[in-house]
Design a binder for this molecule. Structure first.
Ligand SMILES: Cc1cc2nc3c(=O)[nH]c(=O)nc-3n(C[C@H](O)[C@H](O)[C@H](O)COP(=O)(O)OP(=O)(O)OC[C@H]3O[C@@H](n4cnc5c(N)ncnc54)[C@H](O)[C@@H]3O)c2cc1C
Length: 477
């Protein structure tokens, strides 16, 4: 997120002094690391939680259109980075990977067909295919069919325009470019305090992560708190009133991974299933091809769990240390209002290895335990916020929290995540630099040609944009 904002700001104002602080020894070792997230370029091509069924049986596609529209903004910016020569090879961070939804059981097959009918003629979803024929599905994703009962109704959709993104590689590429153009990057340096000065600038207190020795503080006119799960903590330290009432609920996770190239060679897709009724969006299981550093692996999960840490490398005191007088009511109310989530997490924590492997076999019936090993995923910190009626709610999206004067902003929350980094950072820019926006708009339109418009409302432009970005990023159209 920080690398994306830095890249945009540097292009807008090349003379600005940008300083980046990272507490760990290297960049992108937390959520943005490719093995800590699923690497899905979220465009709602396969994620069924974005297309709920209304009570009358019709399919609500509004969230899917919104997420896809946001992803097209990221795609355009990434295409701009490639065509302008800032990132020479798109394959260093993005790979064409068909996105499939896969369901079993009559009711789910019926739902998937209606979802496909609702989306297939939309300008952002053209080319989506549907099949309930196992022979066709086998040609799309061979692992899904052998070993499955013939009597079981199944169906799938496929969108060849899907992507697998290595957000860690992208973070490195963007930050290297920033540093080459004069930004300062300091790794192993922790921001321990954020304090407003009399002249309205911000003073950042710093110390080395290893050894804890203090580092000379810096002052800044504008601060972006791109600290992932620790954004809440730093925004609380800043004392801005806008952070009052916010809390965080951490959810940990695990994936199963195989690097067995015979298995990997038979699965060139990301296949998303349907979450069971009442379970949260992050529980949707998926079997994904991942391409990291040029080599392929498969990942299945996530299996959720609970840890009170706000970062994978965080402290077990994080959750308790984030409690303030202003967020205790929302946090308790959100907890009581989400007992279903608590039950789901307890169920996941208590599930045996066999039960967990059986989940993978719902997708890949012939999977062999010896081919797979467990990896720990990144921490998601879901946003808890005040709510007039319910006192406190838990939400699964992301939220930019900015001071009223725009001098500091941070990002809370987890989903849809890194795929939507560009529209989220454009939101930060609009909220924090409103007086510069008019002057910056031509440059923003060079970076994101559809900036300020909606592709979903202009089918011709949508088709052109999809084709142009596919060409620049070497993706399937
Ligand atoms: C299990 C899982 C699956 C996901 N799947 C997807 C997916 O398929 N597609 C998708 O688009 N998104 C996905 N996401 C979300 C995505 O990973 C995140 O939205 C994104 O990586 C967040 O980027 P970030 O820069 O905000 O945070 P991070 O990548 O966590 O970076 C924050 C950085 O700040 C540093 N930091 C923290 N505190 C300090 C401090 N005090 N001083 C200095 N440095 C500090 C941390 O060390 C870290 O490097 C997933 C997330 C998880 C956990």
């Amino acid at each position: 997120m920080s690398a994306t904002l830095g890249a945009i700001l540097q292009e807008l104002e090349p003379d600005w002094d940008i300083q980046i602080f990272e507490r760990l020894g290297d960049l992108a070792e937390e959520s943005s690391n490719p093995w800590n997230n699923a690497g899905t370029g979220h465009a709602a091509l396969c994620e069924l939680n974005y297309t709920p069924e209304r009570t009358d049986g019709s399919i609500d596609i509004s969230s899917a259109v919104k997420v896809n529209e946001q992803f097209q903004i990221s795609r355009q910016f990434w295409a701009h980075l490639v065509t302008s020569g800032a990132i020479p090879d798109p394959r260093a961070f993005i790979n064409p990977t068909p996105h499939m939804s896969f369901v079993w059981g009559e009711a789910n097959v019926d739902y998937l067909r209606r979802r496909w009918e609702a989306l297939k003629d939309h300008p952002l979803f053209t080319g989506m295919e549907f099949s309930d024929d196992p022979r066709v599905i086998r040609t799309w994703a061979p692992l899904l069919i052998p070993g499955r009962a013939k009597s079981e109704p199944i169906a799938a959709t496929r969108a060849v325009a899907g992507t697998d993104v290595d957000f860690g590689a992208l973070s490195h590429l963007l930050t290297k470019r920033l540093a080459d153009a004069g930004a300062t990057l300091r790794t192993g340096v922790v921001v321990t305090g954020v304090k407003r000065q009399r002249d309205r600038t911000w003073k950042l207190s710093l110390r080395r992560d290893v050894g804890g020795t203090p580092v000379a503080p810096v002052t800044a006119r504008f601060v972006f708190v791109g600290a992932g799960g620790y954004a809440l903590k730093l925004l609380q330290k800043s004392g801005i009133k806008e952070i009052r009432g916010y809390g965080g609920f951490p959810v940990s996770g695990e994936f199963l991974r195989t690097d067995d190239q015979e298995v990997v060679a038979r699965h060139a897709a990301k296949v998303y299933g349907k979450a069971s009724v009442g379970s949260p969006p992050m529980s949707v299981p998926h079997l994904d091809l991942r391409v990291v550093d040029g080599s392929g692996s498969l990942m299945f999960g996530p299996y959720a769990g609970f840890s009170p840490k706000y970062l994978k490398t965080g402290s077990i005191l994080d959750l308790f240390a984030s409690i303030r007088w202003h967020n205790i009511v929302p946090m308790v109310a959100a907890g009581l209002g989400n007992l279903g989530l608590v039950r789901y997490l307890v169920g996941q924590l208590l599930a045996s290895e066999e039960t967990k492997f059986a989940e993978l076999r719902r997708f890949y019936p012939d999977a062999q335990p010896e081919d797979w090993y467990r990896i720990t995923a990144g921490q998601r910190v879901q946003v808890i916020k005040r709510d007039r009626k319910k006192l406190g709610v838990l939400q699964f999206g992301t939220e930019v929290v900015a001071a009223g004067d725009g001098s500091i902003a941070g990002l809370l929350g987890a989903s849809p995540g890194a795929s939507t980094a560009v529209p989220i950072m454009l939101d930060v820019i609009e909220r924090c630099f409103p007086d510069r926006l008019a002057a910056w708009t031509p440059a923003l339109k060079r970076m994101v040609p559809s900036y300020g418009t909606k592709l979903s409302e202009d089918p011709d432009r949508a088709a052109r944009t999809l084709a142009d970005t596919a060409k620049a990023l070497q993706l399937s159209a």
